[in-house]
Design a protein around this ligand. Structure first.
Ligand SMILES: [Zn+2]
Ligand SMILES: [Zn+2]
Length: 180
């Protein structure tokens, strides 16, 4: 059976699923891939398969989101602010039909060209060398004086993790730093 493809999380099988046999709490089928990313719900299931995430049934059944609505860059948590310029359908695809990524802190989903970016995976300082000029401004925005130091210290799985995104419209890379 072919695995679902996640437009905004193309490497989800490497970052957000583990190979574990079990019965999915969503569809009741025997599966071999268990979701291990965030799921914001009061009725958290023990086992979720990628199919139930991709078709939106897990989000509907458990009334939850894989990424919080206001954790998407461009969506203000303040209801008094103007509505996001990102089309609502794209925001819903991130929250309800795209696996989130495991993180130390509340995850952040970056945007570009008025649409959500794709999350490519975790990146170390070395991984970022070829695209340093693209991602440096994102680090400098948070750490104006220590951008280069932060970039050098990033690892894929340590206490300072680079979360790499790419705009599906123009190809621009974006970076969020997750601190443990
Ligand atoms: Zn399922
Ligand atoms: Zn773009």
């Amino acid at each position: 059976m072919e695995r679902p493809v996640f437009t905004y999380h193309p490497n989800a099988y490497a970052t957000a699923f583990e190979t574990v046999d079990g019965v999915c709490d969503g569809c009741g089928q025997s599966r071999a891939l268990r979701y291990r990313g965030p799921f914001y719900t009061t009725r958290k299931p023990d086992y979720l398969c990628p199919w139930c995430i991709a078709d939106g049934s897990a989000s509907a059944r458990f009334e939850g989101e894989f990424t919080g609505w206001t954790d998407i860059e461009g969506v203000s948590p303040d209801p008094a602010d103007p509505l996001p310029t990102i089309p609502r359908e794209m925001l819903l695809e991130i929250c309800e039909r795209t696996p989130g990524y495991p993180s130390w802190q509340q995850s952040v989903w970056l945007s570009h060209c008025e649409r959500p970016c794709a999350f490519l995976g975790f990146a170390s300082g070395e991984d970022l060398l070829p695209i340093l000029d693209q991602v440096r401004p994102d680090v400098a925005a948070v750490n104006p004086r220590y951008a280069d130091g932060v970039l050098e210290c990033l690892t894929r799985d340590g206490e300072m993790v680079g979360c790499l995104f790419q705009c599906l419209q123009c190809g621009q890379h974006r970076l969020h730093v997750d601190l443990g």
